[in-house]
Write a protein that binds this ligand. Sequence first.
Ligand SMILES: [Zn+2]
Length: 269
Amino acid sequence: MAERKARRGADRGTLRTPGRDDRGWGGAAEAGRGADEPRAPHHESLGSRLNWLRAGVLGANDGIVSTAGLVVGVAGATASGSAVLVAGVAGMFSGALSMAAGEYVSVGTQRDTERAALARERRELEEDPEAELEELAGMYRERGLDADLAHRVAEQLTARDALRAHAEVELKLDSDELTDPWQAALASFLSFIVGALVPLLLITLSPGGWRVPVTVAAVAGAVAVTGAVSARLGGADPRRAALRSVVGGLLAMAVTFGIGTAVGGATGV
Ligand SMILES: [Zn+2]
């Protein structure tokens, strides 16, 4: 549980990166650019694209494991294919919506925090530009530039886009990477659905006696792939991650199958 939470947290950290929101930077144009000066074109960095991919793979993994556990559990309780299908579809959407809502809240809160910090910075720049210039120069001196060069760098960056310069150096915010909660929510929703379709389709389409073994085997294969891919994207050992994912997935299905069988036996569904 703790591990899952920690990983969710990590997902959030990666998901926020690519979301770019021009609205958040309306003030940047006011503070730093002339009205006729166009925004510099934005090129999404390779790192940010990899983060998106990694978050998507992890979302798919969640969809696979949680839906597999659900449908295998219901299959343990009842031979009814339609009961399994209804439970699986409901579980797929509830899981995807819950992921999306969680992501929206988390990323939205983060964006509010970032916007508040930017608004404060903008106000400081308006109220006391000299002190802010000195502050920026001081931060470049701390980074190892000599006093003269630090001052010139600070002056030039301030002339170009003061708010952007302060955001990057002082707040460690990349100007073009303000978070978009809707984008993050949609990405979680879709990746969860894609993952959930694997066990849902397999258990629905497999012939009666084969549905559980086929689903278990396919899910083990699918989570081996998601585990290995996400480890690769993160620079970790893919084989160990694949093994861990398979063990986790099998354990989840074994537990829910056991519970489903016990509850089904007790209630006589
Ligand atoms: Zn500042």
